[in-house]
Write a protein that binds this ligand. Structure first.
Ligand code: FES
Length: 136
């Protein structure tokens, strides 16, 4: 019979590697990026396209987004890909809804609210300049 010996330093080093890996994955889940091929000079939409408090779907370079107008001058944008199994989501009845399994997300934060979803929608960095919405 062989005996395995693992000292405390080996365990701590291994857990540190695991912790870094988890942090990287979480960052990737919560921080989306502008779609490939998009730029920060071409507007995604005009601010007045979306009423204050409302949300709309947009498709940019093959990436589906949900943009919510938070107030007179700011918006929040999310990757519209459901974090459960990847279906398209969209605003309906005051939430961002996924028709596949009924997952619901908050229109202002992208947080998972109901259904089988547990991870928020990835936020997409955008800015409002001169009444237009651009990728940041
Ligand atoms: S894929 Fe969206 S709830 Fe299942």
């Amino acid at each position: 019979m062989t005996e395995s010996t693992v000292d405390r330093r080996t365990v701590l080093a291994a857990s540190g590697v695991a912790a870094v890996g988890v942090a990287t994955v979480l960052a990737g889940c919560t921080n989306g990026a502008a779609p490939a091929g998009s730029d920060s000079a071409t507007p995604i939409a005009t601010l007045t396209d979306i009423e204050v408090g409302a949300s709309r779907n947009y498709r940019v370079n093959g990436t589906d987004l949900v943009i919510t107008r938070l107030d007179d001058s700011s918006v929040a944008a999310f990757d519209a890909t459901c974090t459960h199994e990847g279906c398209l989501t969209g605003p309906r009845n005051g939430v961002i809804l996924c028709d596949c399994h009924g997952g619901e997300f908050d229109t202002h934060t992208g947080e998972a609210l109901a259904g089988p979803v547990s991870e928020p929608l990835a936020s997409i960095p955008v800015v409002v300049r001169d009444g237009n919405i651009f990728f940041a």
